[in-house]
Ligand binder design. Structure first.
Ligand code: ADP
Length: 504
């Protein structure tokens, strides 16, 4: 038996391969960024071929850095940026268009058309999601409607759709020469096409979107052997046995296996997932309902999710567009120069507001500015916006689930920021806790893969690996918290009703 599990983390900004041992410790890793293609305002694309090449390269890096070969690897897990849509030719393996990324908002007119008089919640009871540009189904429809000849090729059964888990898996298992075309329940649930109860594609919704069923991957559990790496691969004959969308993977990596457990990931965007066990809780408060994970033929575990589009990417914006910092960690140095936000609030509704508001008509708003405001206040307001948005999502979770959270487990790139984490504890009024292994996304995929092949015996063995690293206790007075939240909510209203029909 191999001593390690290799996880492929195909993320929004980069692809990573990380090798874990039984304790969940990182043995080695490789990482490569890919190009963010921004053809016009609101459009975000990736080159799926570049991504596949990078995945192969980082697998090689991770193996060679630890002097390991496929013989040391017991199984491979995949986690991925969700919703990002690839459509490719099943014979040539060539994508018909760049991948359309989850942040891309070009599909608003498709959303409006399908919502019609019934509104964006038309399919919500069935699929757990409102109609929104965020979800993959709208992106598939856009490619079918806008790329020459693609609709006919799709109808002739020549094309395949997948998020990057399916794309990587299909290529890894042989591509046009026998590659397996599957996805797991967590990824399938982000299309708008999967029935939450039956875990199958809905033919009626597919046909509303004009998407032939033959394009769709088979929906499988998150933890089972899907196939084996093909002969020419560095991982030849190694089973690929775990797939989880990135946020569900992070939940798994945080060992939030049971009802009432949760995690919040601070990356490009923020994603809070709250495990509701075997119960499908339909949100009344702007959250999504989604599978949390499914192990083989065991019952599906469900979750409520609060997705926030812009958090870490706001810090990137301060760096790349505004130029007031030259690296992400510098935002903390600026923020610490001032005692408070000086009355400045920043609502980063760059692509509308996601949970719990779901307002595509909102745009970014920087409010409360005076002659006194400076870049330190703006940096501070940007960090605080991340925490305020999380507070809004937590309020929605508390209302839907009817339980108050007792602590918040956190992970992702921004949790290195101490000022942010303290402020987060202050505005939610419960402790914020970071685990020793912060690479929870890749770790979750490794756990799913390892459980399928008996590398870990059960969830209890996995949960024993979780260890606390840092804890931030709330220290803000209630009256001050209330005042800040009141101002924040006032600022949120200023961002709404901005986009008119004739917006350019
Ligand atoms: P993803 O997996 O979505 O690509 P990561 O979890 O790697 O994201 O987190 C990267 C994000 O975190 C970037 O958007 C970056 O701006 C932000 N970030 C990284 N370090 C810091 C920091 N010290 N303070 C604030 N933001 C940070």
């Amino acid at each position: 038996m191999g001593d390690y599990i290799l996880a492929i983390d195909q993320g929004t900004t980069s692809s990573r391969a990380i090798i874990f041992d039984k304790k969940g410790s990182i043995i080695s890793s490789g990482q490569k960024e890919h190009e963010q293609i921004l053809p016009r305002a609101g459009w975000v694309e990736h080159d799926a071929v570049e991504i596949w090449h990078n995945v192969q390269e980082v697998i090689g890096l991770a193996l060679s850095r630890a002097d390991l070969t496929r013989h040391h690897i017991e199984a491979v897990g995949i986690t991925n940026q969700r919703e990002t849509t690839v459509v490719w030719d099943r014979t040539t393996g060539q994508p018909v268009h760049n991948a359309i990324v989850w942040q891309d908002t070009r599909t608003q007119s498709i959303v409006d058309r399908i919502a019609g008089d019934e509104g964006v919640d038309r399919f919500k009871d069935i699929v757990g999601l409102p109609l929104a540009t965020y979800f993959a189904g709208t992106k598939i429809a856009w490619i079918l409607e806008n790329v020459d000849g693609v609709k006919e090729r799709a109808e002739a059964g020549e094309l395949m759709y997948g998020t990057t888990d399916s794309w990587v898996l299909w290529n890894l298992t042989g591509g046009s020469d026998g590659g397996v075309h599957v996805t797991d329940v967590t990824n399938a649930s982000r299309t708008l096409f999967m029935d939450l109860e039956t875990l199958e594609w809905r033919d009626d919704i597919l046909s509303e979107f004009g998407v032939p069923r033959s394009m769709m991957p088979e929906i499988r559990s998150s933890s089972e052997i899907y196939g084996y790496a093909e002969d020419s691969s560095l991982l030849r004959e190694t089973p690929i046995s775990g797939i989880l969308g990135d946020q569900q993977a992070a939940t798994f990596g945080q060992a939030a296996f049971h009802k009432g457990e949760s995690k919040n990931t601070y990356g490009t965007g923020n994603f809070l997932i709250f495990n509701t066990g075997e119960e499908i809780v339909r949100s009344q408060n702007g959250l999504l309902t989604t599978p949390c994970y499914k192990l083989g033929d065991q019952p599906t575990q469900y979750a409520l999710e609060g997705s926030i589009a812009v958090t870490g990417s706001l810090i990137q914006w301060l760096r790349d567009q505004l130029g007031i910092i030259s690296s992400a960690p510098e935002v903390e140095e600026l923020a610490k120069q001032v005692d408070d936000n000086g009355g400045v609030y920043f609502v980063p509704a760059f692509s509308g507001l996601f949970a719990p508001y779901w307002r595509p008509d909102a745009r970014g708003a920087l409010v409360g500015l005076t002659r006194f405001s400076n870049r330190n206040h703006i940096a501070r307001a940007a960090l605080e916006a991340v925490a305020f948005q999380t507070r809004d999502v937590l309020d929605a979770v508390n209302a839907d689930a009817g339980v108050e959270l007792s602590e918040l487990r956190v992970d992702g790139g921004m949790v290195a920021n101490d000022t942010l984490m303290q402020f987060q504890a202050d505005v939610i009024g419960v402790p914020v806790v970071r685990p020793v292994i912060a690479e929870t996304t890749a770790l979750g995929a490794a756990y799913a893969a390892g459980l399928a092949v008996g590398f870990w015996a059960d969830l209890d063995e996995v949960a024993d690996n979780w260890q606390e690293d840092t804890r931030w206790e709330p220290a803000m007075e209630d009256s001050e918290r209330d005042r800040q939240l009141r101002n924040w909510h006032k600022a949120v209203t200023k961002s709404m009703d901005w986009v008119d029909d004739d917006v350019k």
